[in-house]
Design a protein around this ligand. Structure first.
Ligand SMILES: CCCCCC/C=C\CCCCCCCC(=O)NCCO
Length: 601
């Protein structure tokens, strides 16, 4: 390096002397010209790249809108529809829909048509669909030709797919224009499994740029709205799924979760979802962001409109086919013995994590779930996760943001930046020491967020430090399990997010809420999310009472300030169990749902 530098320097000196020999002053003109043209070229190249990215973003967005328009026209040309029958179809719970398709009372194509129309309708209001999957029609037609004994478990069920999963023939770009217009050649594993089960992937759904926030907007497709309040976001990153399913435009969908991206939209949109243990469901064929980061891994999982639907789909997904497609998925199929176990369970509960207060409705939701489980004969006892904020800050944040945001910055170079990612993008861009100082300052206003960002700002630098981080994660997993065992728990219930949907675009104010979900990504415990209740006027009164909800940090102050218009918004409960015990999670969710579904306000 130094030798190269020295040669270059000598060459410049020689040119300088030579030019000065020819004409004194010529050297300055020549070098001035060279530097100016280099600067102009640099600015021009970057400017051109940015212009190209803007064009791609615009064209990609327009192409998706056009695709929806083409489908709408195609549906209109099909002739008269029976709106009552279509409403009947889209109102059915998943298990009823399955029965009717199985018995041949409904055809796959008519179900698809009903859902295509409904999804387009919902999308007009909520902007949750990115584009239709046109091949759905051929699939449905093929399914209708099968004889009854050839029908598969999810025969004819339409499935929506988060845009970050590969679907053959469509691009998968996570909002980065460098990946746009590059159609993938093969369906992602989970899409393949759904198809092999007879399901019909029919639309792709929206997400935030880069997938690492719980907002839901990107430059190509814009912002998705919450089905329960148009001024609020649906949560993210699987926000398009949450919004479409919560809005009635899909009965079941596929999401992904490394920090809460299935569970957060479930809470905000009143939907059921399951984040499985890593590798219980294959995540091959998901856009490979952060894929070399092995300490906390992303997992694909189902989201559904109703509890039985979530169980039905999970049971169907956990098949030998999954293991055949991806041998790293252990050959552990749906464990009826766990799901159907009749003996009462010991279920731990907590209503808040130290340092990040829980909205009164979230506390009430856990207490209502606790009552429901007690009524069903389970023993529900208090449990507090050890050192949650510290663990998420020092372990999860270091693992997931240890690259200083370099990967995202690489893909975003000269690209159009969405407002939802500006905070993490510019924090990543700051020089390390300055970032650390800013994180400390944030800590004065919002101590838990400060702690999280300090964690992200002080990642391991050397391989040995990465090894130590891995060790510390293992040690925390052991510590948590010891606490779990000391209470002899089978499962756990707690808030999934400590507040309801926030005003769209303000998610950065409440980022610290992610400790509630990320803890179970760090631990790699399966976690489900289900609606239990809705915000009431009385909850809001208690929210404004400092003895109930102390406005101790910026998050709490923001939640109070943002609470106008939240009455009626859904609030859920997170249900957790040990790794590979998804069936226990579902059983607990089902027992809560059986009671709370009938009384839900
Ligand atoms: C130096 C960077 C500081 C960044 C601070 C950002 C704080 C929190 C962001 C975490 C948000 C995680 C949301 C969920 C992401 C997820 O599960 N994505 C699924 C990917 O498939």
């Amino acid at each position: 390096m130094w030798v190269g530098h020295s040669h270059a320097h000598q060459a410049v000196v020689k040119i300088h002397d030579y030019l000065e020999d020819i004409n004194p002053g010529l050297s300055r003109k020549v070098f001035g010209g060279v530097i100016t043209s280099a600067a102009v070229s640099y600015v021009a190249v970057r400017g051109y790249r940015y212009y190209r990215a803007r064009r791609t973003v615009k064209e990609r967005g327009e192409a998706a809108k056009l695709a929806c328009h083409v489908l709408r026209e195609h549906l209109e040309q099909e002739g008269p529809v029976d709106p009552q029958k279509e409403a009947m179809i889209t109102d059915l719970e998943l298990s009823e829909l399955k029965q009717k398709l199985w018995k041949g009372e409904l055809k796959a194509l008519e179900v698809l048509r009903a859902y295509q129309r409904k999804a387009l309708q919902v999308d007009e209001k909520l902007n949750c669909v990115t584009e239709p999957i046109f091949e759905a029609e051929a699939l449905a037609v093929e399914l209708d030709l099968l004889s009854p004994n050839q029908r598969k478990p999810l025969h004819g069920i339409p499935v929506s797919v988060k845009d970050s999963f590969n679907v053959e023939g469509y691009d998968c770009h996570a909002g980065f224009s460098c990946f746009a217009d590059k159609p993938v050649e093969r369906d992602g594993d989970i899409v393949q499994i759904f198809k092999s089960l007879g399901a019909v992937p029919f639309v792709r759904t929206n997400f935030p740029q880069g997938l690492m926030t719980f907002a839901c907007s990107n430059p190509m497709y814009g912002a998705t709205k919450n089905p329960h309040s148009l001024t609020r976001g649906p949560g993210g990153s699987s926000g398009g799924e949450g919004s479409l399913i919560g809005g009635g435009g899909s009965v079941v969908g596929i999401g992904s979760d490394i920090g809460g991206s299935i569970r957060i939209p479930c809470q905000m949109c009143g939907v059921y979802g399951l984040k499985p243990t890593v590798d219980r469901i294959s995540n091959q064929g998901h856009i490979p962001l952060m894929s070399g980061q092995n300490l906390v891994r992303m997992t694909a999982g189902p989201m559904a409109r109703d509890m039985d639907g979530l169980i039905l789909v999970t049971e169907a997904l956990l098949t030998p086919r999954m293991h055949q497609l991806d041998p790293y998925v252990p050959p552990l199929f749906f464990q009826d013995t766990l799901y159907e176990k009749k003996s009462p369970l010991v279920v731990g509960f907590y209503t808040a994590i130290d340092g990040v207060h829980s909205h009164p409705t979230c506390v009430r939701a856990v207490m209502e779930a606790k009552t429901a489980l007690t009524q069903q004969g389970h023993k529900v006892i208090e449990f507090q996760p050890p050192r949650a904020v510290e663990a998420v800050s020092n372990l999860f944040m270091k693992a997931c943001f240890g690259d200083d945001g370099e990967e995202t910055a690489l893909y975003l170079k000269d690209d159009v930046l969405d407002r939802s990612v500006t905070f993490s993008y510019y924090m990543g861009k700051l020089p390390k020491r300055l970032r650390y100082m800013v994180s400390r300052l944030i800590g004065f206003m919002d101590p838990p967020l400060g702690q999280l960002v300090v964690g992200a700002s002080t990642p391991p630098r050397k391989i040995l430090e990465w090894w130590y981080l891995q060790d510390k994660i293992q040690a925390y997993k052991r510590e948590f399990f010891a606490a779990w065992q000391s209470r002899k728990l089978d499962a756990l219930i707690c808030p999934g997010m400590p507040f309801p949907a926030v005003t769209a675009g303000t998610e950065d104010n409440v980022l610290a809420g992610i400790v509630y979900t990320t803890l179970y990504n760090l631990l790699n415990y399966p976690a489900g999310m289900m609606p239990v209740t809705t915000v009431t006027q009385d909850d809001l009164k208690r929210l404004k009472d400092p003895s109930v909800y102390p406005p101790s940090g910026a998050l709490e102050k923001f939640v109070i300030q943002d609470c106008e218009g939240t009455v009626g918004l859904p609030i859920g409960v997170q249900c957790v169990s040990l790794p590979y015990h998804e069936e226990t999670v579902l059983r607990v969710m089902k027992d809560i749902d059986t009671v709370t579904k009938t009384t839900r306000n």
